[in-house]
Design a protein around this ligand. Sequence first.
Ligand SMILES: *Cc1c(COP(=O)(O)O)cnc(C)c1O
Length: 302
Amino acid sequence: MLFNSERSVLEHVRYTDAQDGRVFDFYVKRDDLIDPLVSGNKWRKLKYNIEQARHKSSEGILTFGGAHSNHLVATAKACHVAGLKSVGFVRGEELSYNSNSTLMDCAQLGMELVFISREEYRNKEDWEYMNQVRHGFPSFHIVPEGGSNFYGIIGCQEILKETPNDFDHVFVSAGTGTTAAGLILSAGPHTKVHVVSALKGDFMEAQVSKMLNSVVFDEELVEELKGKTVFHDNAHFGGYSKTTPELLRFIKTILAQTQLPIDSVYTGKALYELLRTWKKGELVEHPKVLFIHTGGLQGMRS
Ligand SMILES: *Cc1c(COP(=O)(O)O)cnc(C)c1O
């Protein structure tokens, strides 16, 4: 395959609480190490979309993203390496190829960028609008924002299969919830999957349910799967891409103490929530815990 998930090692990390000196041991699945740009869950979600594009003999992949989108630059690089073209519809008509390092990387990797207004971007899930887009790029495989489709979920099921898959708790950051859906579908029978939303609002459970339904077509099974899922909707630090001095301090502390680099949009918030949950005594005693490092470090440049 194009990118090697063997680089995603399972790492043991020891965290010492600065206040009371208590020690917490956990594992990290380092998907951030797969590639600097096609990082983390973005490769998982693209893998079978690339395969599908090749299978259909598509010219390339067309997708959507914001100005700093990890998914956009991951798509640009994955397509570049796969010998496919890529088109990115970017939210914000005021932007250009030179607006920031993410968009510059996209352009350098050969991605054609189409800058659209926020209003048009909101329409991107409408049937009519999509037909129009399809008409303009008839030979492209279209992938929704964030790689959030069936192939994305299937790819994310491979993350836990590269581990012993016997954890008491698995923590993951969620944007679209695609990665979470893949983990829930593939987790061991005794594992609780903790879905930490990077966005403000309480829609994540419904969103993940919808995605589970799109794969298993069995309401009873979806309910059973949701029984092993915990949704954390209050760890967004003010909302998507919002941050606080406390979160930034936490990210620095973790890097200094454990050498684990995390970002402020996704992984920082999820790891903060994991340690908060542990400190509150909400995990079983001596739990075996896995943190999924979903990547996102490219976005930290700006
Ligand atoms: C995109 C992204 C997420 C969100 O993944 P979803 O599958 O959309 O929930 C989490 N972490 C990082 C670092 C990301 O780039």
